[in-house]
Design a protein around this ligand. Structure first.
Ligand code: DX5
Ligand code: ZN
Length: 219
């Protein structure tokens, strides 16, 4: 994987001006739209659900990278495919039958992602890594934007990269939480392919320019 990817997280967008913020991403140097779905059970927060995703999909022109922070995601795999998700990421901690879940996501024509909470060890993916298109390494505890980056993430990225290479897998490494222009380069150097950034982009004075800068740093 050569080109490194920037995925602005719409969780930090202005929900009263969602179309404006989606179009900003459409016309920017960003590669994907990262969309966080929270159910108030798997994580202590509720973001938005299907009707909002439908509205987002109607305007978004880039890859829809959907991050499910919900229990029992299998119930909704088909629905998310119909809504236009390109990548569907489930949490390792929410999937007792992860292998089956991954096959179900791929059967719906989506790329299959697995997210790991900060406490979840990379080695738990030893037996599934060849079935995973993307691993989302959470660099904050999921549930909220604007938290500070957990430093142990670098070690996890290196361990994951080693596992992917050892198994000759073709899995992208995505980092989600607390990404800024300060840590972007170091994350890519450790082995990351995709950087999700919410507050750093949407809370900046010029989000388009901030995306451009991030892309330049990791390019
Ligand atoms: C957190 C979400 C993230 C969040 C990142 O649970 O998965 O995608 O939006 O936000 P920042 O970049 O503000 O940490
Ligand atoms: Zn996310």
């Amino acid at each position: 994987m050569d080109e490194k990817i920037i995925a602005p997280s719409l969780l930090a967008a202005d929900f009263a001006n969602l179309q404006r913020d989606i179009e900003m991403v459409n016309h920017s140097d960003a590669d994907w739209h990262h969309i966080d779905i929270m159910d108030g059970v798997f994580v202590p927060n509720i973001s938005f659900g299907m009707p909002v995703l439908k509205a987002i999909a109607a305007h978004a022109t880039k890859t829809l990278d959907v991050h499910l922070m919900i229990v029992d995601p299998d119930r909704y795999i088909k629905t998310f495919a119909e809504l236009g998700a390109n990548n569907l990421t489930v949490h390792y901690e929410a999937c007792p039958h992860l292998h089956r879940t991954l096959q179900a996501i791929k059967a719906e024509g989506m790329a299959a992602g697995v997210a790991l909470n900060p406490h979840t060890n990379i080695n738990l993916l030893e037996d599934t890594i060849n079935d995973i298109d993307l691993v989302c390494v959470m660099s904050v505890n999921p549930g909220f934007g604007g938290q500070s980056f957990i430093e142990n993430t670098y070690e996890k990225i290196r361990a994951l990269k080693e596992l992917i290479d050892r198994k000759s897998a073709h899995t992208l490494i995505e980092i989600d939480g607390g990404v800024t222009s300060e840590n972007a380069k170091q994350l890519i150097d450790a082995g990351a392919d995709v950087l999700v950034a919410g507050s750093f982009i949407f809370r900046s004075d010029d989000p388009t320019q901030t995306i451009k800068e991030l892309k330049k740093i990791i390019g």
